[in-house]
Design a protein around this ligand. Structure first.
Ligand SMILES: [Zn+2]
Length: 152
């Protein structure tokens, strides 16, 4: 699996073999990442304006546009302000303030409407990017040729 076409075919098989598309999307990104193949299919990146932290990576596999946001360790104060204890216990990586990244099927997210977006966060930025804007940004972009990152 080394070319964009191979990856597209691999994804088509993966997608056809499951009824749980969300976890297929998540696993596909993880496997491409583990195999060092994200750079072959990347169509856009989002970075923080202040320090250049990578906030999100957008890839295209077959007909799917997948965005992966990075995990984020919130500062203790912000964490207490913005989150509730039950969610911290259930959803963080450390039980406290290390929140995992998310994998989004961007076209599916956009179906929720023009206001549907995804959070992109680091220590410096708490941003939201609309799914429709991501789709417009990557429209016509060749996988592996992401151009300049968007800075938030
Ligand atoms: Zn940053």
């Amino acid at each position: 699996m080394s070319t964009e076409d191979d990856i597209g075919a691999w994804w088509a098989e993966l997608e056809a073999s499951t009824t749980d598309r969300d976890s297929a999307i998540h696993n596909a990104y993880q496997q491409l990442d583990n195999a060092g193949l994200v750079s072959k299919v990347v169509v856009h990146r989002y970075r923080c304006r202040r320090r250049g932290c990578e906030l999100a990576t957008v890839i295209r596999v077959g007909d799917a546009v997948i965005a992966r946001t990075r995990d984020n360790k919130l500062s203790p104060g912000l964490n207490l302000d913005r989150t509730v204890p039950a969610a911290r216990i259930k959803n963080t990586l450390d039980g406290r303030r290390h929140w995992p990244g998310h994998t989004f099927d961007v076209a599916k997210l956009a179906e929720w409407g023009p206001a549907a977006g995804m959070g992109m966060e680091c220590h410096h930025v708490l941003g939201t990017v609309l799914a429709v804007d991501v789709l417009a940004t990557v429209d016509g972009v060749r996988p592996g040729h992401p151009g300049e990152p968007t800075k938030l």
